[in-house]
Write a protein that binds this ligand. Structure first.
Ligand SMILES: Nc1ncnc2c1ncn2[C@@H]1O[C@H](COP(=O)(O)OP(=O)(O)O)[C@@H](O)[C@H]1O
Ligand SMILES: [Mg+2]
Length: 184
């Protein structure tokens, strides 16, 4: 099926749920016959951004690279999904300005919930002062001011409910066909 490309951009602290929700949205859109590509921050850092660290400059470079790939995919009819912390508002807005349909999803959970969950075991270390430049602990995070969607992953929503909110927004924007409109 031919469809317009667009970019779904997940932003939020480490462990907030960006990758989890991104993969669920990917699965749902594929089931609706769409071409989808996820650019996950942790994965991108193993190739496209290999060698970059966590200084402001390196973070900005990493996010601009992901944004550029999303832009290229989007203008070729692919649904690009970016899932990286992307802590700086100005860089996210720079990418938004370049992509006609840019849907920003803020995955929100407070630090104490994330530290408790500690999916990657990083918060304990960061809070103990063992990791420099750890977003939300020893490095800034600038939340979006006007995200298209906010997902509350602090226990108020399950990952499935969060993903459904994103898909509902895409339907409302006319970017994704309703399930009943898909043949077969
Ligand atoms: N509503 C929710 N959305 C996403 N993840 C959630 C939600 N509620 C709980 N979680 C849990 O939070 C963790 C998020 O981890 P992950 O997706 O790797 O985060 P990130 O990619 O933002 O670093 C997972 O263990 C997931 O099961
Ligand atoms: Mg992730």
């Amino acid at each position: 099926m031919e469809h317009a490309g667009f970019t779904i951009w997940f932003t939020g602290l480490s462990g907030a749920g960006k990758s989890t929700i991104a993969r669920l949205v990917e699965k749902e859109l594929r089931q609706r016959g769409m071409k989808v590509e996820v650019l996950d921050g942790d994965v991108v850092r193993t190739h496209l951004s290999k060698g970059l660290g966590f200084s402001k400059e390196d973070r900005d470079t990493n996010i601009r690279r992901i944004g550029w790939v999303c832009e290229v995919l989007s203008r070729n009819g692919v649904v690009a999904i970016g899932a990286a912390i992307s802590p700086y508002r100005a860089i996210r807005d720079e990418i938004r300005a370049r992509i006609p349909n840019f849907i920003e999803v803020y995955v929100q959970a407070p630090i104490d919930v994330l530290a408790e969950r500690d999916v990657k075991g990083l918060y304990k270390k960061a809070l103990a002062g063992e990791i420099a430049n750890f977003t939300g602990v020893s490095d800034p995070y600038e939340p979006p001011l006007n995200p298209e969607v906010v997902c509350y992953s602090d226990g108020r929503e399950t990952p499935e409910e969060s993903a459904a909110k994103v898909v509902a927004k895409l339907e409302e924007m006319g970017l994704v066909p309703l399930p009943s409109a898909v043949p077969g």
